[in-house]
Write a protein that binds this ligand. Structure first.
Ligand code: LLP
Length: 431
């Protein structure tokens, strides 16, 4: 049976048809395509700002730190848009910290997480004076303590707890089960935290948790948060101070005709239920729910293969948007020209030489022809950041729209950009 294109991602964003043309805010996607070519990512400032604001405001009057997960969209113009609104940044590499700083996120709003931070990265974060380093293991705590002593600094840290609660839209993005590589058990977390609190070169601030991504049900989140509350209370009962809990990211977005994920207000109400009357500062690390609906990938139809079920070959491929290939993810597909006629079933693929380069099969779509422009919806998170140059396809440009204006915020790579990084060894020169 053909899959209907439900366009659920229309929920709340600033991509809609006006006068027959699909627009991002007040700009026609077709005009952007004419100016910068295809494929290209296009982001909406108004959507980014709205999602950040809705999330933050849902917790009012509680003052929470909303640290945008840079892994979802690392473009410095996107980060700067959010930073201007007051967002912090959740980072997992030195590169992400540098991007956040470059975008104007103050160091004291940057969280540094990840299971494999190198010594150089830890030292960089300590020097930068980030808000918090989320420590994921005993070994990491020892390394960080050594670095802090050597540098005579006192970094603020949180211990990442693995609450043994799984959740998330796909097994590859679930992080909270006991056997996952993330964090330490609740018992170990207490011991590690006490160890850190005793160290005069570590500033033990809190505990952190993140159980998965694209979560559409509050129940596992609530279970994990209850574990966090209990741990904070246990520490305090032992006379150990704890000021902060970092509750991670993970709230899902609507990609398809599944039930809508919980609204930020429901999420915040659950958080209040769990943490009411506990005097503690909360932070969050949302990525997808802020950026996903704020971006699309535009592409053109290169060719139509005439089959019983026609195959649409686009100029975008799995290297540009890999989510369908690795998670079987669904992205709505909309033609830039508002469709009117009947829909029929298509397969939509990219030009890369493997069958995995298939965006969707048997999807009901309006009639498509060579040269038509289409948009992959809900592609603002985990889109451009996961791109590669497979098949020697240069990275595509990113465009930021604000009202009637748009700007190329990352230019298209040229093949020359890639070649500039490579060289022939002496024994092959002149051959
Ligand atoms: N905090 C931590 C510690 C995380 O590991 C993640 C995501 C987040 C926050 C942000 O989660 P979000 O709010 O975006 O759900 N590439 C996958 C998603 C991987 C998510 C990994 N961690 C995808 O395209 O679906």
């Amino acid at each position: 049976r053909a899959i209907p294109d439900r366009r659920a991602a229309d929920a709340v964003n600033h991509f809609d048809y006006r006068g027959g043309a699909l627009c991002c805010e007040d700009v026609k996607l077709a005009d952007i395509a004419d100016a910068v070519g295809t494929p290209a990512y296009v982001y909406s400032t108004a959507t980014l700002e709205r999602h950040y604001e809705v999330f933050r405001a849902a917790f009012a009057p509680r003052d929470v730190l909303v640290a945008f997960a840079v892994k979802a969209n690392a473009n410095i113009a996107v980060l700067a848009t959010l930073a201007r609104k007051g967002a912090g940044a959740d980072t997992v590499s030195q590169g992400e910290i540098e991007r956040a700083l470059r975008a104007g996120v103050p160091a004291d709003k940057i969280i540094f997480s990840g299971v494999g931070k190198t010594e150089a990265e830890l030292a960089f974060a300590v020097h930068a004076g980030v808000h918090q380093i989320n420590v994921e293991s005993i070994a990491e705590l020892e390394t960080l303590a050594r670095i802090a002593w050597a540098l005579k600094k006192k970094p603020a840290i949180a211990i990442r707890v693995n609450p043994d609660v799984g959740a998330g839209g796909h097994e590859k993005i679930s992080t909270g089960k006991g056997d996952a590589k993330f964090g330490v058990s609740p018992e170990q977390a207490l011991a590690l935290y006490a160890r850190a609190a005793d160290d005069k070169h570590l500033d033990a601030k809190g505990l952190a948790v993140h159980i998965g991504s694209q979560i559409r049900d509050l129940t596992p989140l609530e279970s994990a948060f209850r574990v966090m509350r209990t741990l904070a209370e246990q520490l305090r009962a032992e006379g150990i101070a704890i000021e902060r809990l970092d509750l991670g990211g993970g709230l899902g977005v609507p990609y398809f005709n599944e039930p809508d994920p919980p609204a930020p207000a429901d999420y915040a109400a659950m958080v209040e239920r769990v943490f009411t009357d506990l005097d503690i500062k909360l932070s969050f690390e949302p990525g997808r729910m802020i950026a996903a609906n704020a971006g699309v990938l535009i592409a053109r139809v290169v060719r139509l293969q005439d089959r019983p079920r026609p195959i649409v070959v686009l100029d975008a491929a799995m290297n540009d948007l890999i989510r369908p290939a690795i998670y079987d993810a669904y992205h709505g597909i909309k033609p830039a020209r508002e469709p009117s006629g009947p829909e029929s079933a298509y397969d939509v693929v990219g030009p890369i030489c493997e069958t995995g380069d298939t965006f969707t099969r048997n999807r009901m779509l309006p009639r498509l022809e060579e040269g038509d422009l289409v948009a992959f919806m809900t592609a603002g998170a985990y889109g451009a950041v996961m791109a590669s140059t497979y098949n020697a396809r240069p990275l595509v440009p990113e465009v930021l729209v604000r009202g009637e204006r748009f700007e190329v915020v990352r230019r298209r790579w040229e093949v020359a950009d890639q070649l500039a990084l490579e060289k022939l060894p002496p024994w092959l020169e002149g051959v």
